[in-house]
Design a protein around this ligand. Structure first.
Ligand code: GTP
Length: 483
């Protein structure tokens, strides 16, 4: 997309969000005369601009206080020369505490069209969290099916009338990505909407009549079965039980897996007997991936992928709790590479990074699976040996043994590719040592910060005594007795 055009649409989108959040009625001036849009619950397609303005003003009157919108992602897509689609993901924080929806991701599609040299919003579709819809009530299923039909008609008519942008209609359909399904009382599928084929690749005829749980992984089926058992049938007039919500992994035809958020309901007759099930499944794979990335970023070092300080402290606290139960000692090794700055200064940061990566890998090869290798930052690493011996002296001997093994592994030559003037790569061999401080811990006699501080001070003593060596906290007269 042309940078100028992108900037323009982004600016307009930001203005829209700002005006919406501050309940600014001038927002309605952005709507095209040929506007169409889905109302908040997603069930009704509105074609009339004035009707849309009325709905917007009613929304502003119902929640007059400013609302907070926390943008997560915004994507712009050229649909044609004069049509651009924007897709935004965000959290909505309404001013009433019961409507704080920070956990839920809302999706807004706005389509901008260039009209007489002015960009106008020609379509709006919002997919909002389920429980925002009518007092905790899930989308009425009939409403969604109705909406699907309306969409298809809308697309047919508009394609004939406007011949404008095929992609615009594709975008419209994307608003109904949720899979709608129904099953009989034996959980055999009796209806599945076309969205399932788009997401999982199975044609409806391949799914109809099959057990609902065949769509899921074994783990997903176990979650679903557990949820269904939680909805005990009660006698009464024919009705739908309240919906249950759970997340489960779904199998796709190509062998891949996708995460779905399932909202399901049980249909009962007047005797309380189950007559069937119905539900909506929303694809949340992207959200799950994002959550996983966020977790990875929060607990791991970006360069080496090793646990970071936060995760290390967590593991150290766990090791200390386990040690109080077992009576076994644990050890923390604080490592700092020697003269690392000189390497960076001489060959540049990228070469320094390459050494850090190789050092991280060597450290991982020196320890067992139950041990943790973490990077605190810079050229500082930690090795946590959570369970050694019951006897402190024997534990010290074991920890010092691991430290010696690490010193030896780190002092092996590092082979590095270095870019010389003119971009030619040269292979060089670099030698590097480390200084290590070791502290032992038993149970929770001390805090995690103390154990880390002791290992750090022992490491500095190793530096002071000439580097490339190991020191144990508690061996020097100045050391306070541990624990
Ligand atoms: N390449 C690279 N360098 C880093 C990174 N983070 C910090 N550093 C550098 O690592 C160096 C750390 O040096 P120090 O540990 O303070 O000193 P040193 O040269 O190793 O000397 P001693 O520790 O006294 O042996 C500094 O030059 C930092 O700029 C990183 O992610 N990548």
């Amino acid at each position: 997309m042309h940078a100028h055009r992108e900037q323009q649409i982004r600016g307009l989108f930001d203005t829209y969000i700002r005006m919406y959040a501050s309940r600014d009625e001038r927002l309605t001036e952005l709507f095209s005369d040929e506007f169409s849009g889905y109302t908040g619950g997603g069930a009704v397609l509105v074609h009339d601009r004035l009707e849309w303005v009325r709905i917007t003003l009613q929304d502003f009157a119902q929640v007059p206080l400013p609302i907070r919108i926390e943008m997560l992602d915004l994507a712009l897509q050229d649909l044609s020369d004069d049509v651009v689609a924007t897709t935004a993901f965000f959290h909505i924080h309404l001013p009433m505490p019961e409507h704080t929806l920070a956990r839920e991701v809302a999706r807004l599609v706005l389509i901008f069209r260039l009209e007489a040299a002015q960009w106008k919003i020609v379509h709006s579709g919002i997919s909002i969290p389920y429980h925002l819809v009518r007092d905790g009530e899930v989308y009425p299923l009939a409403g969604l099916q109705e909406r699907n039909r309306e969409l298809e008609t809308e697309i047919r008519i508009r394609t004939q009338e406007l011949h404008q942008s095929e992609a615009l209609y594709r975008q419209l359909i994307e608003d109904t990505l949720d899979i709608i399904w129904k099953a009989d009382r034996d959980l055999r599928v009796t209806y599945i909407s076309p969205a399932d084929e788009r997401l999982r690749g199975y044609r409806a005829c391949e799914v109809l009549g099959r057990h609902l749980f065949e769509m899921l992984t074994d783990e997903g089926a176990a979650t679903a079965a557990e949820q269904l058992q939680r909805a005990p049938p009660q006698p009464g007039p024919p009705r739908l039980l309240g919906f249950m919500a759970f997340e489960a992994q779904h199998r796709c035809k190509d062998g891949s897996l996708r995460w779905g958020e399932v909202m399901a309901r049980v249909r009962l007759d007047e005797h309380g007997a189950v007559t069937g099930y119905q539900g909506i499944t929303r694809d949340i794979t992207e959200r799950k991936l994002l959550e996983q990335q966020v977790r990875q970023l929060a607990f791991h070092d970006a360069l080496t992928d090793l646990p970071n300080r936060r995760l290390l402290l967590d593991r150290l606290a766990q090791a200390m709790t386990a040690s109080s139960r077992s009576g076994h000692c644990g050890a923390l090794l604080f490592l700092d590479l020697d003269n690392f700055k000189a390497l960076n200064d001489r060959h540049g940061h990228d070469v320094g990074d390459a050494v850090l990566l190789q050092a991280a890998s060597r450290l991982e090869h020196c320890v067992r699976r139950a041990d943790t290798v973490a990077r605190l930052g810079g050229d500082e690493f930690i090795v946590l040996l959570p369970s050694l011996d019951i006897d402190r002296r024997r534990s010290a001997t074991q920890a010092l043994g691991v430290a010696d093994k690490i010193l030896k592994a780190l002092s092996e030559p590092y082979r590095l590719s270095i870019e010389r003037d003119g971009g030619v790569l040269a292979e060089v061999e670099h030698r590097c040592t480390a200084s290590i401080g070791v502290s032992l811990f038993t149970g929770q006699e001390a805090g995690t910060a103390d154990v880390l501080k002791w290992a750090d001070s022992a490491m500095y003593r190793a530096k002071d005594t000439g580097r490339n060596t190991v020191r144990l906290y508690g061996d020097a007269p100045a050391d306070a007795p541990p624990g």
